[in-house]
Design a protein around this ligand. Structure first.
Ligand SMILES: C[S@@+](CC[C@H](N)C(=O)[O-])C[C@H]1O[C@@H](n2cnc3c(N)ncnc32)[C@H](O)[C@@H]1O
Length: 195
């Protein structure tokens, strides 16, 4: 396990990314090809910034709004805007002031863990439910969501419920995600509705 951590940790340093989590997003993108030229992205839980940095390389004249409680993000790029704050306090209307509607919403946000897997998975599911509330208000028809979530007993029912609103909903565990971690990525592709 240590070996895997060291490999992605070192690779992130070499590639000049502030976090190894970038390789999870890279694997997701290799699988689903959701990061396209000229799109508008909302990146929730964006600090320290490796996902946003990675996506900026791919979106051409697109743009990214990043949100995080932690403002340790340093991205100097006119296509990137940072909104400090907690997604449970930020109303969708405030997000829409910056960018009317998004093509893609990503969330790598995770709760502070307690060590109790039931409590931690519930806290993580609450974050994901908030991410999808924001998506309901700000995601374009045809748009997609990628969100980290901890596996837990209520996840399946939530995933099944999303199938009404999205053409395809999958759960994906990237190789670069540590095996012992309960994290998995919920990928909801192509929001239904008139474009
Ligand atoms: C694993 S880090 C994200 C790493 C990032 N994707 C990257 O590649 O650099 C998770 C982030 O989620 C943020 N976060 C957790 N809960 C949040 C919330 N309720 N609102 C906003 N940000 C939150 C944390 O502050 C933390 O910076």
């Amino acid at each position: 396990m240590r070996k895997i951590k060291d490999y992605y940790f070192k690779k992130a340093k070499q590639d000049k990314y502030p976090a190894r989590s970038v390789y999870k997003l890279e694997e997701i993108d290799n699988k689903c090809r959701l990061i396209k030229k000229d799109i508008k992205i909302l990146d929730i839980g964006c600090s320290p910034g490796s996902w946003s940095q990675f996506m900026l390389k791919k979106i051409g004249r697109g743009s990214i709004l990043g949100i995080d409680i932690n403002n340790s993000i340093r991205i100097e790029d006119t296509r990137f805007t940072f909104m400090p704050g907690n997604i449970f306090d930020i109303e969708s209307a405030r997000i829409q002031k910056y960018i009317q509607a998004f093509d893609l919403i990503t969330s790598d946000a995770a709760p502070n863990t307690t060590g109790d897997s039931f409590i931690d998975s519930q806290k993580s599911l609450n974050i994901v439910k908030r991410v999808f509330q924001i998506a309901r208000d700000t995601l374009k028809p045809g748009g997609s969501v990628v969100a980290k979530v901890f596996q837990g007993e209520d996840l399946k029912a939530f995933v099944d419920g999303l199938k009404e609103d999205f053409s395809r909903v999958i759960l994906f565990k990237p190789k670069s995600s540590r095996k012992e971690s309960r994290e998995i990525f919920l990928i909801a592709i192509t929001r239904r509705g008139e474009r």
